[in-house]
Ligand binder design. Structure first.
Ligand SMILES: Nc1ncnc2c1ncn2[C@@H]1O[C@H](COP(=O)(O)OP(=O)(O)OP(=O)(O)O)[C@@H](O)[C@H]1O
Ligand SMILES: Cc1cn([C@H]2C[C@H](O)[C@@H](COP(=O)(O)O)O2)c(=O)[nH]c1=O
Length: 229
């Protein structure tokens, strides 16, 4: 069997602002891939490993906020490194498809461009956190900012999930808009890795766009491995 690269698996991250539909679409893609016989690991950040999940509440509750955005990005990055080492690297080495709800681009956007940390600082911690493990494809779900926030509040009123917005959801609408623009800027800078998905369509149509953006990776792997999964 031929090898795609040092890692056999496929690593796909989902990014975007609040309420754009990442969790919905990642679950749908996982199901579709499993039906086709792929072994899928569905994971998320902050979290995804025992160590990272322990840090998640500190970040999302706002407990780290008084210590500044530098502290927050170092906590996100420490969590990311644990997640990479404990979950993502082993899964890729076993040839699995790893689907991750947020990854390094969220730090670039939330703590970097929209959070005020410089690009050299963000890049330095990113290098340590990811240790060479970069997404093969990043799907940036793009949605009107107000519509995303409306979806979040509808979700909170419909489910038994957290009623109160988390530390990042609470930010002003202009901050949310800056984040949207920062994700789009990353997509412009890295068009090979990042594909922008129109998340304003209905969930079925979004799922089709997601599938179209992922298919070339699956085809490429099938070509390298002679069709094996
Ligand atoms: N294409 C869509 N059209 C309309 N509503 C949608 C669509 N996709 C998801 N939703 C709904 O919007 C809400 C937010 O979706 P979801 O939780 O998947 O977003 P998310 O990006 O993971 O959010 P967050 O960043 O807050 O975790 C949910 O109630 C979901 O059912
Ligand atoms: C990985 C990562 C996440 N964030 C922020 C972005 C979101 O507001 C929350 C995560 O919650 P969600 O349910 O996935 O939307 O954390 C961040 O600021 N920096 C990061 O690196």
């Amino acid at each position: 069997m031929g090898l795609k690269s040092v890692q056999d698996g496929i690593f796909i991250s989902f990014e975007g602002g609040e309420g754009v539909g990442k969790s919905t679409q990642i679950r749908r893609l996982a199901e579709r891939l499993k039906q086709k016989g792929y072994q899928v690991v569905l994971t998320r950040e902050p979290g995804g490993s025992a160590g990272a999940e322990a840090v998640r509440h500190i970040l999302l509750s706002g407990a780290a906020q008084p210590f500044g955005v530098g502290m927050e990005v170092l906590l996100f990055s420490g969590a990311r490194n644990d997640h990479v080492e404990a979950v993502i690297k082993p899964a890729l080495a076993q040839g699995k498809v790893v689907l991750c709800d947020r990854f390094m681009d969220s730090s670039r956007v939330y703590q970097g461009t929209a959070g005020g940390l410089t690009r050299p600082f963000i890049s330095a911690v990113e290098r340590i956190a990811v240790d060479g493990v970069l997404p093969d494809r990043t799907l940036i779900l793009d949605l009107d900012t107000i519509e995303g926030l409306k979806r979040v509040s509808r979700r909170s009123s419909q489910t038994a999930g957290p009623a109160a917005p988390d530390r990042f959801e609470k930010d002003d609408v202009t901050v949310h808009e800056n984040r949207r623009q920062a994700f789009l800027e990353i997509a412009r800078r890295e068009p090979e890795r990042c594909k922008v998905i129109d998340a304003g369509l209905n969930a079925d149509a979004v799922a089709e766009s997601v599938w179209d953006a992922v298919l070339p990776l699956l085809d490429r792997r099938a070509a390298f491995s002679g069709g094996e999964r």
